[in-house]
Design a protein around this ligand. Structure first.
Ligand code: ATP
Ligand code: MG
Length: 293
């Protein structure tokens, strides 16, 4: 890796605002986040804090009210619809398969939409991607309604990877999977990250997934990235959300393997102003996860 290489994602001074006048809602306020090539950055934050909206900003699906979102050296807003899937792959929070399309049609969709490749090549590419995510050629003709939760995630992942994008965005990749399914999907993501040299930004409420995959964690609170660092570093940061998220009962269980890692306080990059208003999030991550299962 070249030290002087530009970051894959570079966000500075980002404001995301929905609505106007008295209906105006500020989701992100002066938010900054940088992701280097090859990292797996986990984005955590309470429900409704704007994690999915931040991924949508990286995809160019939302417009910054102010600030810059640069992805692979270009403003995200300029990711053209046609070329987007070759630059950024996205696994949406709800799986988001087209229910009337077969597995093959779902996976091939971004490539077929380009209308530049012959049908035989499109199908071959889709079959390669299905195999890559651990599905069989026989699965290609199934419909989404006939798939298990884990298979749906795999099909959605194959579709996200169909054009070999260097950047993969994952919104709650293991939500709704049972523990075995979740472990299998984490193993798959880890091996694809290594084999394909991907850069990954992942939203997750699941601490096992977070600890298994993250090279760095970014905590979204108070409308911005409050702190980034390794899980061991971030957990030392004093904030109600962080304490609730990492140090609740589930957190303690998931933390056990890293308990002995003494974090270096100087390694923290706290973009934190103590005078700023502190919002706690009663709808905590843990509660949200329980609800969503
Ligand atoms: N297009 C939109 N117009 C208006 N408000 C929106 C729009 N999209 C998202 N929001 C609001 O922005 C806020 C952040 O939403 P977002 O989906 O990013 O939350 P999240 O952090 O992903 O939450 P969760 O953990 O529940 O998935 C929510 O209050 C949501 O209602
Ligand atoms: Mg979300």
């Amino acid at each position: 890796m070249n030290d002087h290489e530009a970051p894959i994602v570079s966000i500075h001074g980002l404001w995301t605002v929905f609505g106007r006048g008295k209906d105006e809602v500020v989701i992100h306020k002066d938010l900054a986040l940088t992701v280097q090539r090859g990292e797996i950055v986990s984005l955590v934050g309470g429900s409704g804090t704007g994690k999915t909206v931040l991924l949508r900003q990286m995809l160019g699906l939302e417009q910054p009210a102010k600030g810059e979102v640069t992805v692979l050296d270009q403003p995200a807003a300029r990711l053209s619809r046609r070329g987007a899937a070759s630059r950024v792959g996205m696994l949406f929070q709800q799986g988001a398969l087209f229910s009337a399309f077969s597995v093959m049609e779902n996976v091939a969709f971004p490539l077929r939409e380009l209308k530049t490749l012959p049908e035989a090549l499109v199908r071959d590419a889709a079959l390669v991607k299905l195999q890559m995510v651990g599905l069989k050629p026989a699965d290609a003709h199934k419909m989404p309604a006939d798939l298990s939760g884990g298979m749906i995630k795999r099909v959605a992942l194959a579709r996200a990877l169909i054009m070999d994008p260097p950047l993969l965005l994952l919104d709650e990749p293991t939500a709704g999977l049972d523990p075995n399914g979740s472990d299998d999907f984490v193993d798959l993501l880890r091996s694809l990250h290594q084999e394909l040299g991907l850069t990954v930004v992942m939203v997750t409420h699941d601490l096992d997934t977070l600890f298994a995959l993250s090279s760095r964690v970014a905590v979204l609170a108070e409308k911005r990235v409050l702190v980034t660092g390794t899980p061991g570093e971030v957990v030392k940061f004093k904030h109600p959300f962080i304490e609730h998220f990492f140090l609740g009962e589930r957190g303690r269980r998931a933390m056990t393997p890293i308990k002995d890692t003494a974090p270096d306080p100087d390694a923290l990059t706290p973009d934190f102003h103590p005078q700023s208003h502190t919002e706690s999030h009663p709808d905590s991550a843990a509660d949200h996860k329980e609800q969503s299962q």
